[in-house]
Design a protein around this ligand. Structure first.
Ligand code: MN
Length: 349
């Protein structure tokens, strides 16, 4: 993993609550949430608000790695106390780096401006802002995926607000079961949905990298959202396709089971992707919902700057790892110039 990635917090307390399962298989909203119905209460970890009997705090780990084949790392990662995201940029000549970085920077700025208390509609607006900012910065020649989750208050209880554009993913590991929450915006997902190919075929399909939605480029930047109650013991995984394309879900689940520390799980997931080929940039965020008061000293989950980290932590509590920073370096570079989903590969078909 990159030094940058190891900067994250290593607190490993992890809840073992056994709340009722709330499957991550809710039907995707094809339209943005009707946020008019969402209570505008302070964020989930406010112990004063709502009915949550047990305070919940969030412990996260994250990493981003160039991988073994790419010249650049075009992924960017955002990890704050209650906002987590992975962006996978695409576009030639380093434009993908710009796109993913502008994307997470836009989210981080909104998070700070809201003092960490984002509401669902804020997330939706920030994604629109990111789309416009990328189009401006990259003249529509570059785009990015964006997958992530924010902790929001909804009907008096903390919820995961999962958001997605493109084929980075958010999974939820809960009750010893891993489920993909987000649905890829990709050609192969459409083929799977229509029954033309199986999931197994999708994994090796030659057009598996072609996405149908993106921020900053292309015609369709519409995000999708999913809302799920936060349960103590939940573990959220957000990743770029450099993980999900290299490591089977069963192996991802096994790692999440075996590594109780969020950062340890992240590191092992990255290593697994590299062992399996590391053909793409790999970015991983793991978030644990654990019992505990957010003011607990252990709750200081902000990423710490690693001594060797070539990265920026723009503000206390907001770990922001922009694309293009030196990743771990393989000495040999095969597959030179394999463009990361070049702009002609974005699937307007
Ligand atoms: Mn990728």
């Amino acid at each position: 993993m990159t030094p940058a990635a190891s900067a994250a917090d290593g607190a490993d307390a992890r809840g073992a609550g056994e709340p009722e399962a709330a499957g991550a298989d809710g039907a995707p909203a094809t339209e943005p949430l009707d946020t008019a119905a969402v209570a505008g209460e302070p964020r989930a970890d406010d112990p004063g608000g709502g009915s949550a009997a047990t305070p919940i705090r969030f412990v996260h780990g994250f990493a981003t790695d160039r991988g073994l084949r790419r010249e650049l790392n075009e992924d960017s990662v955002l990890a704050a106390e209650t906002l987590f995201a992975v962006a996978d940029g695409m576009g030639g000549h380093e434009a993908g780096e710009v796109a993913s970085r502008v994307c997470v920077e836009t989210l981080a700025a909104g998070y700070r401006a809201a003092d960490g208390r984002l509401e669902p509609e804020d997330i939706h607006q920030l994604m629109g802002q990111a789309d416009r900012a990328i189009r401006e910065a990259a003249c529509e020649r570059a785009g990015t995926t964006l997958a992530g989750a924010a902790v929001v208050e909804h009907e008096g209880a903390p919820h995961w607000l999962v958001f997605n554009v493109g084929d980075s993913r958010t999974y939820r590991y809960s009750h010893a079961r891993l489920a993909q929450v987000s649905v890829d915006h990709s050609e192969v997902q459409m083929l799977v949905d229509s029954g033309e190919i199986s999931l197994e075929q999708a994994i090796v399909h030659p057009r598996r990298n072609v996405i149908t939605r993106a921020l900053g480029a292309g015609d369709d930047p519409r995000p999708e959202f999913w809302m799920m109650p936060v349960e103590i013991g939940d573990r959220l995984l957000i990743c770029s396709d450099g993980l999900s394309g290299e490591v089977r879900d069963a192996d991802i689940q096994s790692i999440l089971e075996r590594f109780p520390s969020a950062q340890d799980a992240v590191d092992e997931l990255v290593q697994a992707a590299l062992r399996n080929g590391g053909r793409d940039n790999v970015s991983v965020v793991v978030v644990d919902a654990v019992a505990g008061h957010p003011d607990d000293p252990l709750a200081d989950t902000r990423p710490r700057r690693h001594p060797e980290a070539d990265s920026t932590t723009t503000e206390p509590g907001v770990g922001l790892f922009g694309a293009g920073r030196p990743g771990r370096g393989p000495t040999e570079r095969g597959a030179r110039q394999s463009p990361h989903r070049g702009s002609d590969d974005r699937g307007t078909a």
